[in-house]
Design a protein around this ligand. Sequence first.
Ligand code: NAD
Ligand code: AHE
Ligand code: ZN
Length: 368
Amino acid sequence: MKTRAAVAFGAAKPLEIVDVDLEGPKAGEVLVEIMATGVCHTDAFTLSGDDPEGAFPAILGHEGAGVVVDIGPGVSSVKPGDHVIPLYTPECRQCDFCLHPKTNLCQAIRETQGRGVMPDGSSRFSIDGEPILHYMGCSTFSNYTVLPEIALAKVRDDAPFDKICYIGCGVTTGIGAVAFTMKVEPGSTVAVFGLGGIGLNVIQGAKMVGAAKIIGVDINPSKVPLAKQFGMTDFVNANEVEDVVDHLIQLTGGGVDYSFECIGNVTTMRQALECCHKGWGESCIIGVAGAGQEISTRPFQLVTGRSWRGTAFGGARGRTDVPKIVDWYMEGRINIDDLITHTMPLDKINNAFDLMHQGKSIRSVVLY
Ligand code: NAD
Ligand code: AHE
Ligand code: ZN
């Protein structure tokens, strides 16, 4: 079949909206009509050329929601008509990682996913017979896409696609980092570096679990009103203080219990670690840093009781946890609507990247 898609033909080039050939689902695969997709900073990161795994031409996008159209042989957990959210962190429920209680990083298809192909080593997308790569196993910037069955969370069918697509990455990553990965306790003091599409969900998660003080750190003060609405108690403009770490340590009388880096900058990752309280403070890296970037700190920071951790997809096991997060949204326990600041049709998708780079959006959602 043909599908309309935004194709990344090369690094740092605008996406081109073209018709692409799409092969049907093979064994264990599912054809999905994507109804809506968010644009995450990670899409911009890969498009920029900074992603060591970035390869072109590819169809980016990993924050979608849609409907199952067709299934390949052997597929049993979803059927045509089911509403689904694609998972860039799948859940096969069989690999050593899925069976280990400490990780959500299913490795069943990680190698082929990282090369932009399906588990059999080939792509379902092509133009004039030339393959176009998949991205993060999702490629939600295509109206129709093919995914492995293990990379689909089946969700209730009364949830609106234009909101729950954000659960495919940003919402789950931010809230999950707090609740699943770091298990932040009520009464904690939390610092959130970066008040974008991820950081505001960390704030929402921190408020949900009962954090007492939630300090936001950003260089763009226009993020403050929404961050306050979501639970930020204090704001630090990193450009207006001499030393962010000293400032946070003073503000909290010794440092925070938990910090979250939601930017992807190795300097702020170090700040996030070093503003943690001696003896027990834990810092979680969420931001994704470019090829060749490395983090550093004095080992003494860890010797004296701080911990440096990280999370992918908020520690969520997608097929199990994503339907529950959709329920949280439908029950009014989490707010997604106010974080979706812009919507646009697929042919305006490049505007979403512009708005993100200009700091004008939290989440843009493309509606098919
Ligand atoms: P975003 O562009 O919406 O937000 C980034 C925020 O950081 C903005 O508010 C910006 O003003 C702020 N910022 C930039 N430089 C800063 C600095 N030096 N000091 C303080 N604030 C600064 O991006 P997003 O969609 O929220 O994504 C954030 C990061 O999280 C990206 O690196 C993305 O790739 C990553 N991410 C990781 C995961 C994961 O599973 N680990 C999931 C989703 C996104
Ligand atoms: N490809 C990059 C790493 C990118 C990365 O860390 N991705 C996160 C999800 S970001 C979603 O917006 C992730 O899931 N990481 C775990 C994994 O297995 O990729 C690189 O540096 O090579
Ligand atoms: Zn993402």
